[in-house]
Structures are given as C-alpha cells and as structure tokens.
Design a protein around this ligand. Structure first.
Ligand SMILES: [Zn+2]
Ligand SMILES: [Zn+2]
Length: 267
C-alpha cells in the first residue's frame, strides 16, 4: 500500500467514454508516469441497466456492452507494457440506481471477475416514477430543484440515495469505494446552499466505516466552473477524516492532461 496517497490516481476515464475525449489510453498512462504516480485505475462508466433508456437522461453516460471487452483488453496490454513504471488497475465506475439494484447486480456479475478496483457512484436520483441526472447541466439541476420542492430536498434526496448505495446488496462484485459523495454540489455557485442535515451525513459515514469502504476523494469539482471545490468537501470531508476513512484521490480525468490534476489542492 502506498504511504503517500498523492501517488495514486484512482478515478480515470478513457476514450471509450462517450462523453469524454478521444485521448488514447496510452496518453493517460504517459501523463501519470510523467507526474511520478505509482498507481492508476481506469474506471470507465460501466454499461447502464436498459431500463434507464426510457427516461429523459443523457444518452452518453456510459459505455456500451460491446465496448467492455476492448476496453479491458486495452488496459491489459498497457498494464504489461508499462509494468516496470506504474501499476495499472482495471476498473469500473458503477452507477447506483435506486430500484435497479437487480439489473446492476447482473451487469456486475458479467464482468466483476475481471475488475480489480472499482467505484460506486450516484449520478441518478429516483424522483417519483422517473429518474433525473444530478450532473447533467445547471438548467436541468434547476428543474430538479423545482420538481423536488426546494434545494434542501434535492440535497436530502442525494444523500439518502448515497446512503442506500452504501447499504445496497449488489452482490460479491459490489465496489468498495464510494464515488464523489458530494457531487450534488456541482452547480453550487449557481444554486448556493449550506447543507444542514448533519445527522444524515453522520449516518453515511457510520455505514461506510462499518463496511470498511473507501471514499473517492475527487478533484474534478475544482475544475467545474460552478463548483470550485473537491468532492467531498467541508463537513463531510472533515467527518470522514475524523473517522479515519480511507480517502483515495481521483482526478476523474476525461482527458489525459487531467490525470492527477489538482492533487496539490487537497490536504
Ligand atoms: Zn464521465
Ligand atoms: Zn462519476
């Protein structure tokens, strides 16, 4: 295990990502080596359950089933080629979607055996009979606030869903690292709000701790113009540290130049 957590980037995307860039995977690896990183995990968005397709959601959120094999094969080749310089892990960022646990579990069972390191993230929220995407766009976020009946309700729903993700039964391949746990703050400079439901956050940390899960200490928020902070930040970050939850830095890079980005801004 690495002593210095800044030498590992545990959250990296790839050209297989439909909303990412065409940068070759090898460029990401070269950038990581150039920065002196010792370990990196490619965590491409795992294919989503089919059920989601009928909702008004971004259609480019994850890779398709056909792309899984080529994606994993390419990592395998890079792993071998650069094994003397950096340790590369095969991973996925898996979506937790309330109500679609069984479908998610089945997807994980198909590929879980090949995955070495993975992240469980909440991007989608179940709102009545539909699903909404938290990080789609500022305007879409505004619509979610209206539908929920206030920004405090959106935050509550996000953190309640996060808590469910931690407790969910997704089978033996369930990821053990919780992705960007305050993603709901992505547009906070347009929709400012100071979260007050500390009891819910306390519960989240307790459940993470009980299961020995890790947390993705995600620096992507720093480069989001309406966020400018890490995920997690403030109260939740302090609480996780207080309870000695293992934080794994992740750049969430969707371009090679973003590998390891802003790791110097976190403490
Ligand atoms: Zn992405
Ligand atoms: Zn994510």
């Amino acid at each position: 295990m690495l002593k210095n957590r800044k030498l590992r980037d545990g959250h990296i995307h790839s050209p297989y990502c439909p909303h990412g860039t065409a940068d070759a995977m090898e460029l990401y690896v070269k950038k990581a080596i150039e920065l002196g990183l010792r370990e990196m995990t490619f965590t491409e968005h795992m294919p989503l359950p089919n059920t989601l397709q009928k909702f008004d959601l971004p259609q480019d959120a994850a890779i398709s089933l056909e792309q899984v094999k080529p994606y994993l094969n390419e990592i395998e080749q890079l792993k071998e080629k650069y094994k003397k310089k950096i340790k590369i892990y095969k991973g996925f960022e898996v979506d937790y979607i309330e109500g679609l646990e069984e479908e998610t579990k089945k997807l994980l069972e198909q590929y879980g055996g090949e995955i070495e390191d993975s992240i469980l993230s909440v991007h989608f929220l179940k709102l009545g009979e539909e699903y909404v995407c938290v990080d789609w766009s500022p305007n879409k976020f505004g619509e979610i606030i209206t539908k929920c009946g206030g920004i405090d309700k959106v935050y509550d729903l996000y953190f309640e869903t996060l808590l469910k993700s931690i407790k969910a039964n997704l089978g033996e391949y369930k990821p053990r690292r919780i992705g960007h746990p305050t993603l709901v703050k992505i547009f906070q400079l347009r929709y400012p709000y100071t979260y007050k439901n500390h009891k819910l956050l306390d519960k989240i940390v307790k459940e993470i701790k009980t299961r020995g899960y890790e947390v993705d200490y995600n620096t992507a928020g720093f480069r989001k113009p309406l966020c400018r902070t890490s995920y997690p930040s403030s109260y939740l970050l302090d609480l996780l540290k207080h309870h000695h939850v293992k934080l794994v830095l992740g750049s969430d890079a969707h371009t090679a130049t973003d590998v390891g980005r802003d790791f110097n801004k976190v403490y």
